[in-house]
Each structure stands twice: as C-alpha cells, then as structure tokens.
Unconditional design. Structure first.
Length: 591
C-alpha cells in the first residue's frame, strides 16, 4: 500500500523525509508532485534518507513523498536487445520521442514497450509439471537472439494453459496451477530487484576462455567465460577503446555495455559504431545482441550507482537462459565516486580518501555476480556471465582504494600503460605488470582446441619479453654493441613480438580481430625466425644483415593477411625465412 510522507531536508541528490513509518530499506519512492524517482537508503526512527535519481533543484521542505512499497527493480522481457536505457532502466529513445532531446524530470515511461507485439512460440505443453527457470517457449527478439520465456522464480506447479501467437509483454501467455490450487497468470515480462542476485543451482569453475580476438589478451592474459577482469589505467591510455573492442568481438551471445559516469561522446561512439559493425560469428549487426545502459557524466550522479546493478541484473537474466553474457562497466571509479558523494551527504564515517568503509564489499558484490552457473530449470543448462570493469585511478595511481579493492577480487588485471599509449601501441596493456589467474584454468582448452604446445609457446613469449626488459637496462648503461649476438637476437625477436604481434590496429578491417588459429600461426612464424636466425649466426652470418633481410618485412605484414589465406601465406613466409637465412649463411661462409 502506498504511504505518504513529507520532505524535511534537501541536500543535492539526498532528500530527508518523515512520515514513511512502514517503508523498508531500498523501497522506491516518488518525490514531490513532479514524481521524481528515489530510493530509501537509511531509516532512522521517523526519518528516511532518500537517494533521488533525478535533478532535485527546486525541491523544498513540506513537499510530498510517496512510497511504492517495492524495491528498485528492472523489467525483464522481450524488447531489451538493441535498446538503450538510462541508469534506472528508462528507455532513452522512448523518452526522446515523448519529451524531446532533454530528459524531463519526473518522466515515467515503462522500460519495455507495452504496445509492441511479439510472436511467442511455446515449447512446453499443457499438463507439464514446471518449476522456476523452466523454459515455456521463446520469442525471436532479433535475428540472432532467441528470447526464452521462463517460469518466474519461486513458482512451481502444473501448466494448465499455454498458447502461441502474437502478444504484448503484459498479455497472459500461460497459466500455472500451484499445488495449493491457486492458478497464476504468466506473462512474457518479469520484474526483479536489482540489488538481489538472481538464483541458480550451482556455480562451477570457469574452464574455457572468453575469446576476444585481441592478441595480447587471448595469448598472454586470457579471461575465462564466466570470469572477471579489471582494466585500470590513466586518462588517455585506452580503457574505453579496449572495452569497445571487447564488446564488439568477445565470444559472448549477449553484451551489456554500461556507460557509468563517462563522457557522453563515448556512448555516442558506441551508438554510431555498433549498428555499422558486423559480428564475425553471425554476419549481423552487433546491436542485434547488445543492450546499452547510458548514465553519462552529465546525468544525475546518484543514478550511476543504480546503473551498475541494472546492468548486472539484465545480464543475469540472459545468463539464466543458458547464454554466454559479457557485461562491460565503464567505469567503476565513477560509480565509486557516486557512492562517496552519497556517503558524505549521509554523514557516514569516511574511509580512505573519503570513500565509504563498505566500498570493497560493494565492489565485491558486483564482481561476484559473475560466474559459470548451472541455471534453474529441469534441463540443467549452463550459463556464463563475464564481468569486465574499467577503473580510472587519478593520475594512473593504482594504489588508490578503488583499484586496490578491485584487484583483491578480480582474477585478471589488464594494466594499461600511458607510455605505451603515447607510443601508439594498442592495446596499451603492459606485459610486465599485467596478469591472469585463468592461464592454467584455460590451458587444457587451448591444448585441445588450438595447439598442444600453446601453453609452452605462451610461456616462451613471456620469457622473451621479460628478458628484453632486463637487457634494456644493460643497453641504457653500455649500449647495444656491448651485448652478445644471442642477446641482440633476443631483443630483435622481442621487438617483433611487440610490434608484429601484440600491437593491434582496432580500426583496420582485418587486424581488428584475430582468431586463435591466426595467433598461433603468427607466433610460430616469429619463433621460426628466431630458430633459423640462431642457426645462421652459428654459421657465421652477420647480425646486421640478418636483421635487414626482406623476410622481416613479410613477418611484420603477416598480421594483415586475411583469415582465409593464413595457412598458404604463412607457409610461404616460413619457407622464405629458411631460404633467406640459408643464403645469408652460405654467402658469409664463402666470404
């Protein structure tokens, strides 16, 4: 039942109201006659502290506050894919059509279109015993996403009615009779509170990689399907571009992209690019499997906090259908800053750098909702939810609280380096400071599906890069000519790994994405050069002439070879390496 109170204090996005005696923590309220959306954060006796998700300018004491009696929830059903919502799941396109380019305060438009009809194709039959999570049927939401209609959480019984046809999300498509005799109507839409994780049967250890097509990630620092990762880096180091690449090319059935507190032009880039880009797996537009949540820096700060929960709840819903879902949060630092602002206004005891003492637990609550799970339902389907969050530490200092709290939780750290970014090395992931705790977990999958010696080649490449860092210290002191031929070869091979392999052009039609087969072939090419070069040096070849061989250019251009030509072209280059090395060694021997 709705209960009414009155405002006694307004402090930015924080409103203090009294008279809401029966309201609960996290209940949604409507503030003032404008019906601004808010959420109760604290209750102290007669007074309730409310976080308002809209601009509060002009509010004053005495204005009404009405409790809805329900927690902040999202609407889950057909119509989410290809849509763009704000932080509290208001459809921005519908708002624009209703009130123009600027969001009007108090606008109340449902998240899912109530008029659009969807063709429901039932898969369950009358008389079936069904329970929570069981699939009743499906709606072909886009050409690549079949939206499963599931029995709502907590409902068990016998299916007494189900029929196919065209329905809106609020129309009844099935009836389930519970054991106590009550009949429950089932629609294609469900509601779920955003702060509560959706249940599942069991959580399993992730064992296969989330293929991203980015060589530095898939080779050196892989993330597992159902894993979590963080991308910390200073301003301008490429966090957003890296997340865009992951959203575009990651091996996920559904992508949820949350723009949390970042600049509006970055979300504009997503909106402009994604419809134009073709998914390499389906050949269709990337928007056909994407949900966008935009809560940019010019939108109310309080809604940033909700946007992360909105995104992860939508992601869990698609996970429950048995899909592989990836959620990109850009950036969790802005979300943490929203927590800090609200904590300060609530006069809570501040922790390090003014962040609330519960910062680490809130970050953990987000990332821990990722995972590989056995979904509810009788078919034991497997669902994956991978969480990737960007962190924007001031000045790139990862010793600050948000970065440290994140690193204690996630298992992959892609540390972006401003120096690499300024040298136009993309992605600017520093191979000496980054790490992945999934490399052994996914090693078995890589041996089976890519190559038996993949883990050994990965370890060899890492060793080359580490040796390069050590040798560079010597070079700075005494110069490159003081090194042995073997060490100079190591430096050249490391340069090839960096420039010809790890460097990737996100705007190049071919180089923007690389398959595991192409990655393996390219690494074998570079290591073949190293092997043949050692033989040539042992035969007395001149090291300067060796590095100037025409085949070096061929290796450098190999990453631009189309996927279909990889085997034939790489075989030619391999033979050319052996031929040119042999000729050089023979010539030197004659001289």
């Amino acid at each position: 039942m709705n209960q009414q109170g009155t405002i006694v204090k307004v402090s930015g996005p924080l409103v203090i109201a009294e008279g809401l005696r029966e309201a609960n923590m996290f209940d949604v309220v409507r503030v003032s006659d404008r019906e601004l959306i808010g959420e109760i954060l604290e209750v102290h006796g007669e007074k309730s502290s409310i976080q308002v998700y809209e601009e509060t300018a002009g509010l004053g004491p005495g204005e009404p506050v009405v409790s809805t009696g329900l927690p902040l929830s999202v609407e889950l059903g057909p119509g989410m894919i290809e849509n763009i919502f704000d932080g509290i799941q208001r459809p921005l396109e519908e708002i624009k059509n209703a009130v123009g380019n600027n969001i009007t305060r108090g606008v109340n438009i449902p998240a899912l279109n109530r008029k659009k009809k969807w063709r429901f194709a039932p898969s369950a039959k009358v008389g079936d015993k069904v329970g929570q999570g069981d699939i009743l049927g499906a709606v072909q939401e886009t050409i690549v996403v079949s939206h499963k209609i599931m029995v709502p959480i907590g409902l068990f019984g016998t299916l007494v009615s189900i029929q196919g046809g065209e329905y809106t999300v609020t129309d009844v498509v099935a009836k389930i009779k519970k054991d106590d005799g009550e009949t429950v109507d089932v629609t294609m839409m469900q509601r779920w509170p955003v702060r509560v994780g959706r249940p599942y049967k069991t959580k399993q250890i992730p064992s296969e990689p989330l293929i991203t097509g980015q060589r530095s990630i898939d080779t050196l620092f892989p993330i597992a399907k159902g894993g979590n990762a963080a991308i910390p880096g200073p301003f301008g180091s490429g966090k957003t571009v890296t997340q865009h690449q992951l959203a575009k090319w990651a091996d996920a059935d559904i992508v949820i992209y949350v723009g949390c507190g970042e600049r509006g032009n970055e979300m504009t880039d997503v909106l402009m690019e994604f419809p134009e880009l073709l998914d390499p797996r389906t050949g269709e537009s990337l928007m056909k499997r994407t949900v966008l949540i935009a809560n940019t820096s010019d939108m109310p700060v309080a809604a940033r906090e909700a946007s992360i929960y909105t995104g992860i709840t939508i992601a869990e819903y698609f996970r429950d259908m048995g899909y592989s879902v990836a959620i990109m949060a850009d950036s969790t630092s802005r979300w943490a800053e929203a927590l800090r602002e609200m904590s300060g206004r609530l006069e809570e005891m501040p922790g390090e750098e003014g962040y609330p003492a519960y910062l680490a637990s809130r970050i953990a609550q987000f990332y821990e909702r990722a995972g590989r799970v056995v979904c509810l339902g009788s078919d034991d389907r497997i669902g994956y939810l991978s969480a990737i969050g960007a962190v924007s530490p001031p000045g790139g200092d990862i010793s600050e609280p948000v970065s440290q709290a994140t690193l204690r939780i996630v298992k992959v750290f892609w540390g972006l380096d401003a120096a690499l970014a300024y040298r136009r090395h993309f992605p600017a992931i520093n191979w000496l400071t980054s790490y992945s705790l999934y490399d052994e977990t996914v090693g078995g999958w890589m041996r089976e599906h890519v190559a038996q010696d993949w883990p050994e080649i990965r370890a060899h490449v890492m060793r080359i890069l580490q040796e390069e860092a050590e040798l560079n210290e010597i070079v700075r002191l005494v110069g490159v000519d003081a090194l042995s031929y073997a060490d100079r070869l190591t430096l050249e091979v490391a340069r090839s790994v960096r420039e010809d392999y790890l460097h990737q052009d996100s705007f190049h039609e071919i180089d923007t994405y690389a398959s595991h087969h192409k990655m393996y072939s390219l690494l074998k090419l570079i290591l073949e050069f190293q092997t043949q070069a050692k033989l040539a040096l042992d035969a007395g070849a001149d090291i300067k002439k060796l590095f100037e061989l025409p085949v070096r250019e061929s290796i450098g251009r190999a990453k631009y070879i189309p996927e279909k030509d990889v085997d034939a072209e790489f075989e030619k280059i391999t033979k050319e390496i052996a031929r040119q090395m042999g000729e050089l060694a023979s010539k030197e021997a004659e001289d």
